[in-house]
Design a protein around this ligand. Structure first.
Ligand code: GLV
Ligand code: MN
Ligand code: MN
Ligand code: MN
Length: 413
């Protein structure tokens, strides 16, 4: 049974619910700060729960705080079709990164209720814990534990910059759920997300048919030099950890640029110690990440970068401790699920193109276990991880309609 295009989601309701979620953690510059496992995240989770319960859906929470709300299908033996994304944000995040996929999923559920549709397979809405990785330095945390990529114990021990562990943070907001954080049988997963890049807008496309996601490698780096007096220490005896870090940062940028338009290399977090104007810095802690659509590029970097960068730091008279946090392989999405997205966009007459995701998404880990696809909508100037991130209500509606069609088609196949 295929869906009919006269089954329309409610774009006005979708937008007002997105705006209601954006009030939770709203920043003065029009963005959102809803850091994972904080009181603000808890408030977002509670609002999400109320909205699900108003639809008659019970919310289940697993031991890493992932939230699931199942809508029964006609056939209890069928595995559910999952849809969703994440409600946590970057510290200077936008209103839509993550929230769009969760709230659009809610709108799919609301529309099914309004139209009195019972799908064959159950449909299950998900809010994954800590997609962003900005608080504990580890992205795709909830989906990674669910998919068995990381152990729960390892993740529980990760600390934020104040020394609070993931386990403590889950306890303190009351979201260490009773259900085990492990996969349950599921038929497919669909995630709607803003593109977070410029290509759809530039080409006037309303829908990105996401065929896969690029590879990544992330590191934690600590450079140790020696604290010393800024006025009395001559160049010959300095062990300036910040100068060494600056060389590493320049190297990361150079490696990225050498790979052309597809290269990505970022140092986004840096702490300088003792961080005093007149002390030569003795220690610098920072993050490094590389991404590329071709997994072989990232494998190559993972092999050669540690030795190269160690030599560079030692030339600066300092020492380096480099910890590889994770490598994510390039992840192709499921052909049949991607086709459902393509067919929905075509049936609805929305201009669309294929695209590879530059950002990490929970879908990347979920795709290791079950057939998965993503849908992108354009965002203004391709800007994301920025409080000014913005999309048009029509774009949210178009993306949600494609999500609806693809999910219902899969659940009724
Ligand atoms: C998270 O949003 C990421 O792609 O790093
Ligand atoms: Mn996101
Ligand atoms: Mn993000
Ligand atoms: Mn992301």
């Amino acid at each position: 049974m295929s869906t009919s295009t006269n089954q329309r989601i409610n774009g006005t309701r979708l937008w007002s619910t997105l705006m209601a979620m954006a009030e939770i953690g709203a920043t003065p510059k029009g963005g959102v700060k809803r850091l994972t496992l904080t009181e603000v995240d808890k408030a977002g989770r509670q609002r999400f729960t109320e909205w699900c319960e108003a639809l008659g859906l019970k919310v289940r929470v697993d031991a890493i705080g992932n939230m699931f709300a199942r809508r029964d299908g006609r056939d209890p033996t069928r595995k559910p079709v999952l849809l969703g994304s994440h409600l946590d944000s970057q510290p200077t995040g936008g209103k839509f990164d993550g929230a769009l996929g969760v709230i659009a999923g809610l709108e799919v559920m609301r529309t099914l209720n309004d139209l009195g549709i019972t799908t064959e397979a159950p449909i299950e809405l998900v809010n994954w814990t800590d997609e962003e990785g900005s608080r504990f330095g580890h992205s795709l945390m909830g989906s990674g534990v669910w998919a068995g990529v990381y152990t729960q114990d390892k993740v529980y021990g990760l600390k934020d910059l104040d020394g609070v562990t993931v386990g403590e943070a889950l306890d303190s907001i009351g979201y260490k759920g009773e259900h085990p954080a492990k996969p349950f049988p599921a038929d497919a997963y669909f995630e709607l997300h803003i593109e977070q890049g410029p290509f759809l807008e530039r080409e006037g496309k309303q829908i990105g048919i996401v065929t896969g996601a690029q590879a990544q490698v992330w590191y934690d780096a600590v450079i140790t030099g020696q604290d010393a007096h800024a006025g009395t220490t001559p160049p010959s005896t300095r062990k300036d950890a910040l100068v060494a870090a600056a060389r590493v940062i320049a190297k990361v940028d150079e490696m990225m640029r050498a790979r052309g338009d597809d290269g990505r290399g970022t140092v986004g977090r840096l702490q300088v110690f003792p961080n005093s104007c007149n002390v030569v810095p003795g220690e610098v802690r920072f993050s490094i990440e590389f991404r590329h659509p071709d997994g072989a590029e990232i494998e190559g970097i993972a092999k050669s970068f540690p030795a190269e960068v160690k030599a560079l730091v030692e030339e600066s008279g300092c020492s380096l401790e480099l910890k590889e946090l994770f490598v994510i392989a390039a992840q192709p999405f499921d052909k049949e699920c991607v086709d459902l997205v393509r067919q929905a966009a075509a049936r609805l007459g929305y201009p669309a193109r294929e695209i590879i995701s530059g950002a990490g998404h929970d879908a990347v880990y979920v795709a290791r276990l079950i057939p998965t696809a993503m849908i992108f909508t354009p965002c203004k100037d391709g800007l994301s991880h920025n409080e000014a991130e913005s999309i048009l209500p029509e774009e949210a509606e178009v993306g949600c309609q494609v999500l609806f069609e693809a999910v219902v088609a899969r659940a009724n196949r």
